[in-house]
Ligand binder design. Structure first.
Ligand SMILES: NC(=O)C1=CN([C@@H]2O[C@H](COP(=O)(O)OP(=O)(O)OC[C@H]3O[C@@H](n4cnc5c(N)ncnc54)[C@H](O)[C@@H]3O)[C@@H](O)[C@H]2O)[C@H](O)CC1
Ligand SMILES: [K+]
Length: 555
């Protein structure tokens, strides 16, 4: 899978598939693991592709999870999430603007029916676009937004209901893209438009063996779809819906996971549901710019699509629109949800950790899990919580980065004057925890800590970027400082002192490595209904102290 930044590019070449029947059974991953690629250069699409390969075939998502999925991929809430996806090559200015829009949806323009039609005319007149082009981009936006909000593994069956105009055309295009994204599609298109563009779109879907359903067939089978796309009416809708669309729209009322394209069908383009139609979609994908009725939208997901608006139009109509992240065709413009922390839970389905598949040696077991985390493209798979305690037993914990591991232990580097170092000096016992969320895995390791040799610290210190070396010299870690300026000034001074790159920066005595020598390991695999697998390796109970003893713990 391509380590490129462009989601629509696939590098075709030799791909190393490793057959691992034993681990396939353990992890439920169809017996394949991908050879690791550099996670820092992986694009969102690749990560998702790899995720879908690594994900067990049946994953149960609830509504909340689909929402958290959205938060992960579209809101720049944290550096780690941002680096995890395409936002990592969004500019700082765009990032700030995105954040502003997330916190203040009113900073986005909502347009009238007249303005929407005028923009359409301008685009397809003086601005040189064709309807086919715009429809293709609009349909792709809709499909991309659905992919974000309703992950394909959990929402595979999609029905697209198409109306007689361009909104219906957007639906036909979206259906084709969704098919290629891995969804199983059905289309209902009762009043077909007799124009070459539409004939072409229908032929394309037929060539993919996508079934076209009659509207009479719908009532009995509607509930068998995971997502229903309402591409019936868009911004040219007026009055009351006429047959057969009136009855068709009624069938969508009260249905979960309805996605409306541009306008919830039957709604007044500016006033909302003044006809009392009762359709309240779960998701709305506004195109070009949200129409006035979108202010009344109360569903879970609101996206903007149609990434083709030239600045000229934005200026002429005074449009304030959010930037699109990276190469994305859609951008989240919904309100940030109020989060009930108590309801945040994920059901861990699929993977298992059984005794018969466990390595006899915990270091090999750790290596296997760590390599899985790397192969998955997880951000900072080497990030671990390090817990220490002082001699009175008062604990403290923080995140640090693992910098090496082998049968001798787990190594990280820090300031020897830091709180953790002082605590370790008086109490060498510590615990480290890795949490690889997407694999539903946790590894806990406890043991005694000692400093690594000064040669080892020297070697690592000089392998670090020069800026980080200076940073280590600057920071008297964990001491109170008067302000940020103290660091900036000291950094600047040292930068000029070591401006000549041929001068080797000496490792300060107060900086170096620690090694935790494990006494116990626990490997935790999240399982369904909280019945997780927990397998421990301990030494103290072993008859022969050099052997590790494996036990299963109740979850
Ligand atoms: N520039 C853009 O923003 C783009 C938007 N696209 C999509 O196109 C629609 C607007 O398309 P248009 O063909 O103008 O209109 P509609 O699809 O909304 O439907 C018109 C269609 O419906 C009939 N109709 C109108 N009112 C009724 C009614 N009360 N009952 C029954 N039938 C009705 C009318 O006669 C027409 O046949 C926009 O929303 C976007 O989804 C482009 O695809 C890309 C560019
Ligand atoms: K619609």
């Amino acid at each position: 899978f391509c380590p490129n930044l462009h989601r629509n590019r696939l590098r075709v070449g030799t791909c190393k598939w490793q057959d691992k029947p034993a681990s396939a059974k353990v992890h439920g991953y169809h017996g394949i693991t991908l050879s690791p690629i550099a996670p820092t250069s992986a694009c969102l699409h690749c990560i998702q592709e790899r995720q879908s390969l690594f994900k067990p075939p049946v994953t149960v998502y609830d509504k909340y999870q689909s929402l958290s999925h959205r938060v992960h991929t579209y809101t720049p809430l944290s550096k780690s999430q941002a680096s995890d996806q395409q936002l990592f090559h969004t500019t700082k200015k765009d990032m700030d603007s995105l954040v502003q829009h997330l916190h203040d949806p009113n900073s986005i323009s909502y347009i009238s029916q007249e303005a929407a039609a005028a923009i359409d005319e301008l685009l397809m007149g003086p601005l040189g676009f064709s309807v086919d082009q715009l429809m293709e981009l609009a349909g792709l936006s809709v499909a991309s937004a659905i992919f974000e909000a309703y992950p394909v593994q959990a929402n595979n069956r999609v029905l697209v209901i198409c109306g007689p105009g361009n909104n219906g055309g957007d639906g036909l295009v979206a259906a084709r893209h969704l098919h290629h994204f891995g969804y199983s599609l059905s289309v209902c298109y009762p009043k077909r438009t007799d124009k070459p563009l539409y004939h072409g779109l229908v032929t394309q879907l037929e060539s993919l063996s996508i079934p076209f359903l009659l509207e009479d067939e719908l009532p009995s089978i509607l509930s068998s779809f995971d997502v229903v796309v309402d591409a019936i009416f868009g911004f040219s809708f007026r009055g009351q819906p006429r047959p057969p669309f009136d009855a068709l729209i009624q069938k969508l009322v009260g249905l979960p996971n309805v996605v409306s394209v541009d306008i919830p069908s039957g709604w007044h383009v500016e006033e909302g549901d003044i006809n009392g139609i009762g359709l309240h979609p779960d998701m709305l994908v506004s195109l070009t710019a949200p129409k006035l009725c979108a202010r009344k939208f109360k569903g879970l997901h609101h996206f903007l699509g149609g990434r083709f608006v030239p600045p000229l139009i934005a200026e002429k109509f005074g449009l304030k629109l959010p930037p699109y992240p990276g190469t994305s065709q859609c951008v989240w413009i919904g309100k940030l949800p109020s989060i009930d922390v108590g309801s945040l839970r994920e059901n861990y389905v699929g993977a298992v950790l059984l005794e018969e598949h466990l390595n006899a040696d915990p270091f090999s077991q750790f290596k296997e899990w760590f390599e899985d985390a790397v192969a998955m493209g997880l951000p900072e798979p080497n990030a671990m919580t390090l817990a220490t305690a002082n001699k009175e037993g008062h604990p403290s914990a923080r995140m640090v980065l693992l910098k090496g591991y082998d049968e001798h232990g787990f190594v990280w580097y820090t300031n020897y004057g830091s709180r953790k170092a002082l605590e370790l000096a008086s109490n060498p016992w510590a615990s480290i925890v890795f949490f690889w969320e997407r694999l539903h895995r946790q590894a806990r390791i406890t043991g005694c800590v000692e400093k690594v040799s000064s040669e080892e610290s020297d070697e690592y210190f000089h392998s670090r970027p020069r800026e980080s070396q200076i940073g280590a010299l600057v920071s008297a870690q964990s001491t109170v400082i008067a302000g940020r300026h103290v660091l900036d000034q000291a950094y600047e001074d040292l930068q000029s002192r070591y401006a000549d790159k041929s001068i080797i920066i000496p490792r300060p005595d107060h900086w170096g490595g620690f090694r935790l020598q494990p006494e116990a390991f626990e490997f935790w695999q999240g399982r369904e209904s909280r019945l997780h697998d927990r397998l421990t390796y301990t030494k103290e109970m072993a008859v022969d102290k050099s052997n590790w003893v494996i036990h299963r713990l109740a979850p």
